[in-house]
Design a protein around this ligand. Structure first.
Ligand code: SF4
Length: 351
């Protein structure tokens, strides 16, 4: 006779059942428990998602937050070569570009007209250290470094528009966090992973000196010391293990407990593209994404989580329905993710 296992009976029988019962009674899960949950079987996944959804509903019931932001790719030159990156270029490559101040203002004003409130500055990390072409571009623009140019562009956007700059320039010293905080209310750096094995030859970060986990943690910690609101997150599917994902989430949780400055944790999934070094790498499955989001929610029940909708196609609707975690709104992609959320019954959109 076939046996139908309900969520309730599964919770009682499974070794993860007691963990989820603890969560329901309000306890925080430990790292060991999170490692157990992130490898939950397909059979147990609905129960894990239910527990995570309950935690989300206690935090912000039926509310999906998003930011009306316009994307400003200040420069796509970068001294790092991450195996999955579709953004970076070397000087002279098709598409290599550093925006002029006029272009920055033009994009910011176009975003403002569309109702954006945030200018998201994305850029490669310190390209002038390896490319004489970038040093020459900066010299022509009148700046000694990419960070000085970024600072001036944040100040320009603040002065000339109603947008709030949010820079993502890579690693930052204490001094640069102070300087950028003077021209932007928040900033960001993806921790991505705490796994140092991704720095080994042939791995995703083997030619990316700025992806040393300890250095990224130092930047995020320094932002905390200076009380700067900070966005960070993890990138899944680039060679790390499920336990590495938990370790990365724990590192973020620890910093947030110490400084209270993490405004949002992004859970980003690797997507393959034909022209990247990792083009033959398998993408993480929908199940891996769901397990990571659910465990992140249980580890950090009172932190905003974000799953980028453009990277979750074609299953973003299911992701939203099962996790109800937040999204992002970029002017170039405003219509699709937002309309997808609007179709979801019972959800309230807040920006
Ligand atoms: S640091 Fe890595 S992910 Fe970021 S722009 Fe450079 S190559 Fe791309």
């Amino acid at each position: 006779m076939a046996l139908t296992l309900t969520a309730a009976t599964w919770t009682q029988r499974s070794p993860v059942g007691p963990i989820l019962n603890d969560v329901r009674s309000g306890s925080l899960i430990s790292g060991q428990q999170a490692c157990h949950l992130i490898r939950v079987s397909d059979e147990g996944l609905p129960t894990l998602l239910d527990a995570a959804l309950e935690a989300k509903q206690r935090f912000k019931p039926d509310v999906i937050t998003y930011s009306r932001k316009v994307f400003i790719p200040l420069t796509n030159l970068c001294r790092d070569y991450c195996g999955y990156c579709i953004f970076r270029r070397d000087p002279g490559q098709p598409g290599a570009h550093t925006m002029t101040p006029d272009q920055v203002l033009e994009v910011a004003r176009a975003g403002e007209k569309l109702g954006c409130t945030e200018a998201l500055f994305s850029l490669g990390d310190k390209p002038e250290l390896v490319f004489p072409e970038m040093r020459e571009t900066l010299r022509r623009l009148g700046y000694r470094s990419t960070l000085r140019y970024l600072e001036a562009m944040c100040e320009l956007v603040l002065r000339e528009t109603h947008l709030l700059p949010h820079p993502n320039p890579g690693l930052l010293s204490a001094e640069w966090i102070t300087r950028l905080a003077a021209v932007s209310p928040s900033m960001g750096l993806m921790l991505e992973t705490t796994s140092t094995s991704l720095l080994e030859p042939g791995a995703a970060h083997d030619n990316a000196p700025d992806k040393l986990p300890a250095r990224r943690l130092r930047t995020i910690e320094e932002a905390g010391r200076q009380n700067v609101s900070f966005t960070t997150g993890l990138l899944i599917g680039i060679g790390e293990t499920p336990e590495d994902r938990v370790d990365t989430l724990l590192a973020i949780r620890d910093l947030h407990h110490r400084y209270g400055h993490i405004q949002e944790v992004i859970i980003q999934n690797f997507r393959t593209k034909p022209d990247i070094p990792m083009r033959d790498w398998p993408e993480p499955t929908q199940g891996e994404m769901l397990r990571t989001i659910a465990v992140a929610r249980l580890l950090m029940p009172d932190v905003n989580l974000q799953a980028p909708p453009n990277l979750s196609a074609p299953y973003y609707d299911q992701l939203l329905c099962w996790t109800r975690e937040s999204t992002t709104g970029a002017a170039s992609r405003l219509s699709r993710p937002i309309s997808s959320i609007r179709k979801s019954p019972g959800l309230i959109l807040k920006n």
